[in-house]
Design a protein around this ligand. Structure first.
Ligand code: PMP
Length: 450
């Protein structure tokens, strides 16, 4: 279809497709004059035929300013684990707001949250507060550097850890470099000094060994323990244990970035499922139930540099009462619903993945759906099974982007890069409606790509 905001003339078909989205289009036109790309986070600008402008959200549904209703699989980029505006979270936040939102002092919710998290997460003995995933990653790296007295970190190709300089490189979607050199996110962005970051290939012990050889003085290895941003697939049996052993041997702090997987895959995060525990874990997204909230959890010997040592962890909004109230409500809900919550998420997500896979096969499309719990990644023509970032990078993103566009015009909101989240608010009826739209979308897209 082409980008409607840049195309001067639209065909009759384009006009028909865009007619229901005229409010969003007009908004974006104005917003581009005063907001970079018209959006608050650049990833959102990729949505076709136009970035949506929303009026409200509830459960599994979004309503845009034109009054269109969408079944939502973007899930606010991960936080909407219980669905949008989940009642227990809203209740807790509204009650808290009446008593105060930000104190500049301690409040009971902080300790309640810290103790709950320590109870639930296998490797957590002590916590620190932050507000977003990026900030919490920054905090974890700073703790690791202070605890080891070293500077260098190892990051993996395609793993995403937020927008801070030391990790905003070799990002998902960039071609693999196949070596220890970081790739800048864009030609204009400076890389950290080569001495600071080494990039390795995940699920590949040799690559990690080479990275460790290449750099003495490594403070931390940071990874998504299940790389949801880089293909959504499991570690090879024994791989994580080999990383754990390497870290122990070399005195390196192992950081699991569980910003996506934390509380989404299990009450104790991916580490509960995988049986290998890190020294530090980063949580954000789901833990805040839709409010800004992030945490770093760690073992006492590593955290002691901040608890008893000279490192000071600071921040005006750290432990803000609203984010804490939301997190406490989320964790209470998880404890109350127990395994039933995760079984439901798995069941609905598996039904969705199965439906998409079957429809693609029936249409003769080489589409695979990697599903782990409530996280799905659509891949077009991958060299299955995906076990490295190179495999993931071989998939063609364009047909999946086209599918997202076709789905959007049929009332299904997904990310163009094919990373879908199911929430506890999605029903099997939602899945049936989605499947019907997906069949039509495939029908439109298949002739161009098959
Ligand atoms: N880590 C991971 C694994 C993420 O997916 C993200 C965000 N997509 C972040 C860190 C950064 O979180 P935030 O956007 O809240 O800064």
């Amino acid at each position: 279809m082409g980008n409607p905001m840049t195309a001067e003339a639209h065909s009759d078909h384009e006009r028909e497709v865009l007619a229901p989205l005229t409010g969003s289009q007009a908004y974006m036109h104005r917003a581009r004059g005063v907001i970079a790309r018209g959006v608050a986070s650049a990833f959102r600008a990729a949505s076709r035929p136009t970035p949506l402008v929303l009026d409200r959200a509830s459960g599994s549904r979004l309503i845009d300013i034109d009054g269109n209703s969408f079944i939502d699989y973007v899930g606010a980029y991960g936080p909407a684990l219980l669905g949008h505006n989940a009642a227990p979270i809203l209740r807790s936040v509204l009650e808290q707001a009446e008593r105060g939102t930000l104190f500049g002092a301690q409040h009971r919710g902080e300790l309640e949250l810290a103790e709950r998290l320590v109870e639930m997460v296998p490797s957590a003995e002590m916590v620190a507060f932050a507000n977003t995933g990026s900030e919490a990653v920054h905090t974890a790296l700073r703790i690791a550097k202070a605890a080891t007295g070293r500077q260098r970190i190892i990051k993996f190709e395609g793993h995403y850890h937020g927008w801070i300089d030391p990790v905003y490189l070799s990002l998902p979607g960039q071609p693999p470099a196949g070596g220890p050199l970081p790739r800048p996110a864009s030609p204009l962005e400076a890389l950290p000094p080569a001495s600071d970051v080494i990039v390795a290939r995940w699920n590949d012990s040799d690559s990690l060994l080479a990275a460790i050889d290449a750099g003495t003085s490594i403070a931390a290895i940071i990874m998504e323990p299940i790389p949801c941003n880089a293909g959504t697939f499991m570690p090879e049996p024994g791989y994580l244990q080999s990383v754990r052993d390497l870290c122990d041997r070399h005195g390196i702090v192992l950081i699991f970035d569980e910003v996506i997987t934390g509380f989404r895959l299990a009450p104790g995060g991916a580490q509960e499922i995988l049986g290998v525990t890190p020294d530090l874990t980063v949580f954000a997204k789901a833990i805040g139930g839709g409010f800004p909230m992030a945490m770093v959890a760690g073992r006492k010997p590593v955290m002691s540099v901040a608890a008893e040592g000279p490192l000071q962890l600071v921040g005006t909004y750290n432990g803000n009462a609203i984010g804490v109230a939301a997190a406490n409500a989320l964790l209470a809900e998880i404890r109350e619903r127990g395994s039933e919550l995760y079984q439901q998420l798995d069941h609905v997500a598996a039904r969705l993945a199965g439906a998409l896979t079957d429809l693609a096969a029936a249409a003769g499309c080489p589409l695979a759906v990697n599903q782990i719990g409530s996280v799905l990644q659509l891949l077009w023509d991958p060299s299955l099974p995906v076990r490295t970032y190179d495999d993931f990078a071989r998939a063609d993103p364009r047909p999946v982007e086209d599918l997202a566009e076709q789905l959007l015009t049929r009332g299904i909101y997904t990310r163009p890069r094919g990373l879908w989240y199911v929430s506890a608010a999605h029903s099997l009826d939602d899945i049936d409606v989605t499947a019907a739209a997906f069949e039509q979308a495939l029908h439109e897209v298949a002739p161009s790509w098959n």
